[in-house]
Design a protein around this ligand. Sequence first.
Ligand code: TYD
Length: 133
Amino acid sequence: MTIPTIINFKSIGSPELGYISIAEQQKDVPFEIKRAYWTYYTPQNVERGGHANIDKELVLIALSGSIVVTTELQNGEKKEYKLNKPDVGLYLPKLCWHTMKYSHSAVQLVLASNEYSKEDYIRDYSTYLTYNK
Ligand code: TYD
């Protein structure tokens, strides 16, 4: 996949029992999951992200609360997504500039295709626009 894409995970259960959703690598998530991390307690006035990853694909999931994600590709295509269901994820391809804003007490799970590396980040927007693979 080369563009941001919404993923609808299976949701098994009922209103009486509650639900379970599953993310399997190369099936529900289109890459091998190398790392999972989560962000929480982000104040509502804070915008996170503001970067692109050179060699990392991500899936973002709002496990709780809601998250507004903006995405931008190098061709200038911009989109905004509101994640507010725990069975919905947003796939971000490599080199996708993105920002996130969180509702009060939102918890975001991130599934990543690669390990953390400081060098993998482009945090300067003008560098991003001119970055050549
Ligand atoms: P960052 O990826 O910029 O978070 P967000 O996209 O939610 O704004 O990471 C925030 C800080 O955490 C940054 O200083 C790098 C550090 N970090 C790690 O040390 N290890 C990790 O695996 C990740 C994802 C981030």
